[in-house]
Design a binder for this molecule. Structure first.
Ligand code: ATP
Length: 852
């Protein structure tokens, strides 16, 4: 059977379409349509056509509305997709979490990588992608996007697919092993019943490349370990588990050629599966323009629309929150039901969700006074307990044995949604935030939950190594928010008669013991959020006091809400006379957020992606904000520079151009740049870690930049395969690097030709103390060239040329030169082309020659 919702009063409208008695003859979706059943006399083609017609019509009916009763056509806001890439790591240190391997693009790269819905299934060379993953945080609109996609298909777009099957992993029974491929498609997907499923299935098997199968809420397949093992291999009625069927489809063992679309939250998903997909796409949330459009769609009435929009725009926290479509809907719902437009808007997530949940309950009780006359009659603690029990098992469904009255009221209030799964009815918490708020209420006020348990689910934990899922992050925020909530007011969902002092004290002690210095960037961000949720000046101060001078959010994707929270807390730092350097590399922080953070007094230097930084300068220049432009130029730093992605280096030449020409690319002379770009002038350390794949291609860009790095002391170019030609290019610019102390050219395939050029240039680097050419392919002639210049390198202390190809001839030349270098401390020259006896002899003559 199919899934559907059976109660539609206030139930989430994205599902209300499936209220219809699916597959029955009274199915309104079927009315006026040819019957699904196939006249045995009619050709198979006819029956397939009928069925397709029928699914399309069914999808049009089921997918046409969103939560809150809004029509898809009237209220949907077209959001963008961004093409994402994976950083493939292998071996022991490979991460087991997709989010950690996803390359975080800069804001400017994201703009370039934008796609729209029509490009979902096609590569740039217009080849069809066979597997696509749609990534997005909770509430960003994955399910809604898929609904729209189904509507597109039903209305004739996506003609490449004859069939679209939509599976919701939330309601699939993952424990049973009695499903066939046919059962998966016809009985478990959102499709009307097909009376001649054998014929249609046979047809499907004959044209797999015209089939799209969508797995929504894929993160609900909790256990990803071994997911790809033992895939289903047979199309026939052999019985499998859902995971085996997925694995069989994914690995093209069954229905090979079909297209798969997998929608999931990125955290927690094991990458062994998702790294194998053809395309990884991230669904973007609402831009400020989208928020405006959505608000105007939500409030039909122009004056309501205007006032709501004004309130959202005036409230920076709320407008940053609204970049998440679900939270935007929640905000609009609250605005719609607030008593007066002078009511304060919530200033924390806890506050927002408490108000909205209370409102839902209140409306439901008003609507159906016979079921729950007032809020008190509803057993909220029981509802909260159910939420927590589900959350503990990473499950959104509620215990079917719960009281009917409680379920009915929760369904009517929109806290639960009902689905028809397989053979039975299931009730689920409607979204992650609602379930987590109720769970947090349970933890905070239930007597069965002790302080230790509350602390374990409140603020960030220093020692936990495992990446925690999004759900845990949100739970922490709510628990912290509730524990420190000021005296319960009208909207509090907490029972004011319960004493939570001991729990509050325990969380407080834990917060006070936190050492932000030891936290990885993602955890540090969570700590910021938890402190923000407390709304407490005391905890904000404590956090600011304990923060390290160098703040790093490196590699953590920052959404507008994150940026708001960071700024909000940091702006109080000036009062404490604290200043920070902030690393915003690989955070994809939007330029407006960057502007806000960089503008803070307490930020004395920042490091963000070069293209975004130039974008920020251009923005400030265009708005004639010369003062802030000057400060943003001065605060920008590149130190210490570590290039691990192509885009870390690609824009450096533009920066150098700005530095030399003292103007921005599209402008005339900019007075703020009259001293060039200090970040370039002051850069002391550069590590070029692009490796074999990107290193050789991007090395010329680095060469363009090096002459401007007058303060560079440490240049690490290890393992980039720059070869002889790279060494020659480097030799041409070495004389600019007057302060260079360390040059690491290990493992770069440099041979005699390259080392000859380098040797000529090395004496022009007066301050060089340490040179490594370890693991190259230098033979005797190269060693000889080096030996010749060794006495001219006045400050050289350490030379490492081990694991090269020179023999005792080269080794002897080098050791002879060493005699004239009194300042040198070590020479490492071992390699297996030098006879051991010779090597030992040289070593005994000069102890500065090191063995392995
Ligand atoms: N593009 C959109 N236009 C208008 N409203 C949207 C859009 N996307 C999402 N919404 C609103 O946000 C709500 C939540 O979206 P949705 O359930 O699709 O999120 P999700 O990413 O699937 O979340 P989860 O990971 O929790 O399943 C929808 O019910 C709808 O009200």
């Amino acid at each position: 059977m199919h899934f559907r919702i059976t109660d539609g009063t206030v139930a989430p409208p994205e599902l209300t379409g499936s209220v219809l008695p699916v597959g029955s003859s009274s199915d309104s979706a079927c009315q006026g349509l040819p019957p699904v059943s196939v006249d045995t006399l009619s050709p198979t083609k006819e029956c397939v056509k009928d069925y397709i017609h029928h699914i399309k019509s069914y999808m049009r009916d089921v997918c046409c509305s969103m939560r809150g009763g809004m029509g898809m056509e009237s209220h949907y806001v077209d959001t963008h997709l961004v093409q994402r890439k994976l950083l493939i790591k292998s071996g022991k240190n490979a991460n087991k979490c997709l989010e950690k391997e996803l390359v975080i693009l800069s804001d400017s790269e994201r703009k370039k990588a934008k796609l729209d819905r029509s490009q979902l299934f096609h590569n740039s060379d217009s080849r069809l992608k066979q597997s696509v993953t749609l990534l997005g945080k909770a509430g960003v609109g994955k399910t809604t996007f898929i609904q729209h996609l189904c509507l597109d298909w039903a209305s004739g777009s996506l003609p490449q697919f004859q069939f679209v099957f939509l599976l919701n992993c939330k309601i699939l029974d993952l424990t049973q092993s009695n499903y066939s491929l046919k059962g998966l498609l016809f009985d478990l997907s959102m499709a009307p019943r097909c009376k001649d499923s054998d014929s249609v299935f046979k047809h499907i098997l004959s044209c797999p490349d015209e089939v799209l199968i969508i797995f929504d809420s894929f993160d609900h397949i909790k256990d990803f370990e071994g997911l790809l093992q033992s895939p289903a291999k047979s199309h026939t009625n052999t019985k499998y588990t859902i995971k085996q069927l997925f694995s069989g489809l994914f690995q093209k063992e069954i229905l090979s050629g079909c297209t798969l679309l997998i929608a999931t939250r990125p955290k927690d998903v094991l990458n062994q599966v998702l790294r194998k997909v053809d395309s990884l796409l991230e669904l973007c949330g609402f831009s400020p323009e989208d928020i405006e459009l959505y608000t105007s769609k939500y409030f039909g009435d122009a004056s309501l629309q205007e006032s709501a929009l004004k309130q959202i725009k005036n409230h920076r926290y709320i407008s940053s929150l609204c970049s998440n479509p679900l939270l935007c809907w929640t905000t609009c719902f609250l605005l719609e039901h607030q008593d007066s437009c002078n009511d304060d808007l919530p200033s924390t997530l806890t506050d927002l969700y408490q108000r909205v949940t209370s409102k839902h309950l209140q409306l439901a009780s008003l609507e159906n006074s016979s079921l729950c006359k007032n809020r008190k009659q509803l057993d909220i603690p029981q509802l909260c307990k159910m939420a927590w029990e589900g959350l503990e098992n990473h499950d959104t469904r509620v215990n079917p044995a719960s009281s009917t009255e409680l379920l009915d009221c929760s369904l009517k209030s929109g806290i639960l949604a009902s689905y028809k799964a397989s053979e039975h009815q299931e009730n689920h918490f409607v979204d992650l935030f609602t379930q987590n708020l109720l769970s947090a209420v349970h933890l905070v006020q239930s007597k069965q939950v002790n302080e230790k348990m509350v602390v374990a689910n409140s603020v960030v934990h220093q020692k936990k190594r495992k990446v925690q899922g999004e759900s845990q992050d949100v739970l922490q925020r709510f628990v912290t928010g509730l524990v420190f909530q000021k005296a319960a007011d009208g909207v509090s969902i907490l029972d004011s008669s319960v004493n939570i002092k001991a729990k509050r004290k325990a969380v407080e002690t834990h917060l006070e013991s936190m050492k932000p210095n030891d936290l990885v960037p993602a955890r540090l961000l969570e700590l910021f959020h938890c402190v923000y949720e407390t709304s407490s000046a005391k905890f904000a101060k404590l956090l600011l006091k304990n923060l390290p001078d160098n703040l790093s959010f490196y590699g953590t994707q920052l959404c507008p809400l994150d940026v708001y929270v960071i700024c909000h807390l940091l702006q109080q730092a000036s009062a404490l006379k604290r200043t920070f350097s902030i690393n915003l590399q690989d955070t994809c922080i939007p330029i407006c957020g960057l502007k806000e953070l960089v503008g803070l007094k307490c930020i004395k230097s920042f490091w963000a992606h070069t293209a975004d930084t130039i974008g920020l300068w251009e923005d400030l220049h265009q708005s004639n904000d010369e003062l802030n432009l000057k400060s943003a130029i001065e605060k920008f730093t590149l130190h210490p520079f570590k290039a691990t992605q192509g885009y870390h280096i690609e824009n450096l030449p533009v920066l150098v151009q700005i530095h030399r020409e003292k103007k921005l690319p599209m402008s005339e002379f900019v007075s703020a740049l009259d001293e060039g770009v200090p970040a370039l002038r002051h850069l002391q350390r550069l590590e070029f870690e692009l490796g074999v794949q990107n290193g050789p291609e991007l090395f010329p860009k680095l060469i363009e930049v090096l002459p401007s790095l007058q303060s560079l002391q440490h240049l690490d170019l290890e393992k980039n395969q720059i070869g002889d030609s790279g060494a020659e290019k480097l030799a041409g610019v070495l004389h600019f690097l007057e302060c260079l102390k360390l040059l690491n050219l290990s493992q770069n395939l440099i041979g005699d030709a390259g080392v000859e050029k380098l040797a000529k240039a090395l004496p022009s680097v007066p301050s060089l103390q340490s040179l490594s050419l370890y693991g190259n392919v230098i033979s005797d002639s190269g060693a000889e060239h080096l030996a010749l210049v060794l006495p001219d390198m006045n400050f050289l202390q350490d030379l490492d040329v081990k694991f090269n190809k020179f023999t005792d001839i080269g080794a002897t030349k080098l050791s002879a030169a060493l005699k004239n270098c009194t300042g040198m401390k070590s020479l490492e020259l071992w390699n297996d082309c030098i006879p051991y006896g010779v090597f030992e002899h040289l070593r005994l003559q000069d102890p500065r020659i090191r063995s392995l």
